[in-house]
Design a protein around this ligand. Structure first.
Ligand code: ZN
Length: 198
């Protein structure tokens, strides 16, 4: 039975397919969008398309950026021999906010998760190994402390250690299963300072 117009149903379906949006939220958003002035809806649609068209991966660290090389990778004052590995650009932002890290990053865009079919080849691990073939002193594994994050850290460690690279893991203090982006800056700084060699 069609409760709403076909257009609203289509909109609800698309919104509900986004992460963290259930059917109820999708319906609420859909009705909100329909009630918005047309110029605001156009603006929203445009910024979405602009972001999609212009945002790309940094060709060094794979974070999301507007340029070929992101501002962190192109900063000569950062230590380019110290690489912190994070799961996504939101985690990178969380560490940047602490202002305590002077190295550069590598963004994996996910974590190994056999349960949902994400293997090492599906995230930016090969690219990390290629970067590490150059002059790198230390790789800090700052993946989440979830099962997937730990599995990923272990996997990378096994790849990099035979290459003679110092591999460290951020310390506890980050709660188990905790998403890095929600943890406060002090805790993140402590986790970084207390990192242990693997
Ligand atoms: Zn970069």
């Amino acid at each position: 039975m069609e409760l709403y117009s076909g257009y609203i149903n289509k909109l609800v379906d698309e919104l509900a397919a986004l992460p963290g949006i259930g059917n109820k939220s999708a319906q609420r958003l859909a009705f909100h969008l329909i009630g918005m002035p047309e110029d605001k809806v156009n603006r929203l649609a445009n910024v979405m398309m602009e972001a999609k068209a212009n945002v790309r991966y940094c060709s060094k660290c794979y974070t999301l950026t507007d340029n070929d090389i992101c501002p962190i990778c192109s900063n000569p004052n950062r230590n380019h021999k110290l690489i912190m590995v994070v799961e996504n650009s939101r985690d990178l932002a969380a560490y940047e906010k602490t202002g305590k890290f002077e190295g550069v990053y590598h963004v994996l865009h996910g974590a190994i998760s056999p349960m949902i079919g994400i293997g090492p080849g599906d995230i930016k691990i090969k690219e990390l190994v290629e970067r590490c073939a150059q002059d790198v002193d230390e790789v800090i594994l700052a993946t989440n402390s979830s099962l997937e994050g730990e599995t990923t850290a272990m996997y990378i460690s096994k790849l990099l250690k035979p290459m003679g690279i110092k591999v460290t893991r951020i310390a506890s203090g980050v709660p188990v299963g905790g998403d890095l982006e929600y943890i406060d800056e002090v805790t993140l700084s402590r986790a970084l300072d207390g990192r242990i060699e693997l």
